[in-house]
Design a protein around this ligand. Structure first.
Ligand SMILES: *Cc1c(COP(=O)(O)O)cnc(C)c1O
Length: 225
């Protein structure tokens, strides 16, 4: 009898096209929950904090692909460089340079996505489209050995407004289509629990789903001391 999480993963995978990759977003979830997903066949997990991801990597089977999906501080890249499978959230040239440096040190070429700002909200991280093309056309990127850019990531506005979401995903899909062949892109990472069906309809090749698989996240209470 498969466990409840394994069943949810199976049901979700049956809903999505086989060429779309499911990243199980396991941030804040304990090891035993991740193990249940693993037992259900899931091998790709997404985390948003380097320390938490490193701890889970150390404790869980080594054939898991660990994806960093959250904002990364450059001084912490070294902790994930030995094992991270994909960094979704490259939102500055400075960060890309540090990933390249740490990739070289570890004799690795670390796959990266450039995070494009598509949401209307102020606080979301990401590059503008012209920043993306400036990075892609730079001499630095032409000579990178420790990192490689394999596509784009975007986070839509947190809203139920389907028209707004469609506008944001479509604009990113068009941009991705323009870059795909010249830059040999393979991956467009868009879509979360609330919006993945629409994201897939609008070109996503990789969805990042957390709460729809694992339930709502509980964050530790802030200390009042
Ligand atoms: C937390 C998170 C997700 C998953 O969100 P859900 O709504 O729980 O599916 C996806 N992408 C990023 C970047 C996240 O931080």
């Amino acid at each position: 009898m498969p466990n409840a999480i394994a069943q949810k993963i199976k049901a979700l995978k049956e809903q999505i096209p086989s060429e779309v990759t499911l990243v199980a977003v396991s941030k804040t979830k304990p090891i035993d929950i991740l193990q249940m997903a693993y037992d259900g066949g899931q091998r790709v997990f997404g985390e948003n904090k380097i320390q938490e991801m490193s701890r889970k990597w150390a404790e869980l089977p080594k054939d898991i692909h660990w994806h960093m999906i959250g904002h990364v501080q450059t001084n912490k890249v070294k902790y994930m460089a030995p094992f991270v499978a994909l960094v979704h959230s490259v939102d500055s040239f400075k960060l890309l340079k540090e990933i390249d440096k740490q990739g070289r040190k570890n004799n690795r070429c670390i796959p990266c996505l450039l995070q494009v700002k598509i949401a209307a909200e102020e606080e979301k991280f990401g590059l503008t489209k012209s920043q993306v093309t400036d990075i892609l056309d730079s001499d630095f990127v032409a000579q990178m050995e420790g990192a490689v850019i394999v596509g784009l990531m975007g986070m839509a506005t947190f809203t139920d407004d389907k028209e707004q979401l469609t506008k944001e995903f479509s604009s990113l899909q068009l941009f991705y289509q323009q870059l795909k062949t010249p830059y040999q892109f393979t991956t467009l990472s868009t879509g979360m629990s609330a919006d993945y069906p629409l994201a897939i309809a609008l070109g996503s090749t990789m969805i990042r789903v957390g709460s729809a698989l694992f339930g709502h996240r509980e964050y530790p209470q802030q200390s009042t001391a």
